[in-house]
Structure formats: C-alpha cells, structure tokens
Design a protein around this ligand. Structure first.
Ligand SMILES: [Zn+2]
Length: 136
C-alpha cells in the first residue's frame, strides 16, 4: 500500500522536505524590464505568477534562508534587506493567523465572526408556546 501522494517541497531555511500546503511560497515576479529591480514577495495565496521557492510558515526559516542567501541563489538575484524585513513581518503575521485559525476552528461563529458561546440546554426542554403571532 502506498500512502496518499502529497506534493512535497523543500524549505530553503531548514532544508527539510515538507508537504507543499504547509509551506509558504516566495515568488519572484516576472520582470517587465531588464533594468527593473526584481520583485520578491511572499505569496500566501499561492497564485502569484513568477518563479517560486518555498519556506516553512516560520520566521525562523526565513531568517535561515536570508543568512545562507539560498533565496537569492534560488532566484539568482539580489534581495534587498527591506524585502526580507517585510517578508519576515508577513510570515510572522501568517504564522499568527494560522494559530488563531486553528483555535477558531473549534469555536462556532456568527456571521460577524464573533464566537458563539454555546450554552448546553438541560435535557428537559421547557414547554414551548405555540403560535404567538405578533402584529396585526
Ligand atoms: Zn523550514
């Protein structure tokens, strides 16, 4: 029996193979002009065009990739410090959002996104009034 096939990608930070969906894509946008500076950004939706590389959803791995310059090698271009800083912020936010989402998943919410506190009803339900039409 073969396990279900999951697309795997290597994190450029820790060099570990992980399921693609657990990783964050970093994308280098296609350059319109040769002289234009390369646009490198996090692709949290996985839909941006361009060449992609993968990192764990972990700021630590981004820092490792930054230090080892693996991202720059993957894209064969220089990545400005401020781009790294911005990506680090984004990845931290994504990490937080993921943790919050995991917590929120167990809590029912109303249409405004507020958690609904479910009060368990006693077994013996109160007799309900029928009808009771208002107005008219
Ligand atoms: Zn990693």
């Amino acid at each position: 029996m073969r396990p279900k096939k999951t697309p795997m990608r290597m994190c450029l930070g820790c060099n570990e193979m992980k399921p693609k969906k657990e990783l964050v894509r970093v994308v280098k946008a296609p350059q319109k002009e040769e002289a234009a500076p390369p646009e490198v950004s996090l692709d949290l939706t996985g839909k941006k065009p361009g060449r992609g590389a993968y990192l764990c959803r972990d700021a630590q791995c981004l820092r490792l990739a930054r230090k080892s310059r693996r991202l720059e090698r993957a894209f064969s271009c220089k990545i400005p410090e401020e781009v790294y800083d911005r990506m680090e912020e984004e990845i931290q936010r994504a990490q937080q959002a993921q943790e919050e989402a995991a917590q929120a998943a167990s809590v029912p919410r109303d249409e405004k996104g507020r958690p609904i506190i479910v009060i368990e009803e006693p077994e013996e339900a109160l007799p309900q009034r029928r009808g009771g039409g208002s107005g008219g």
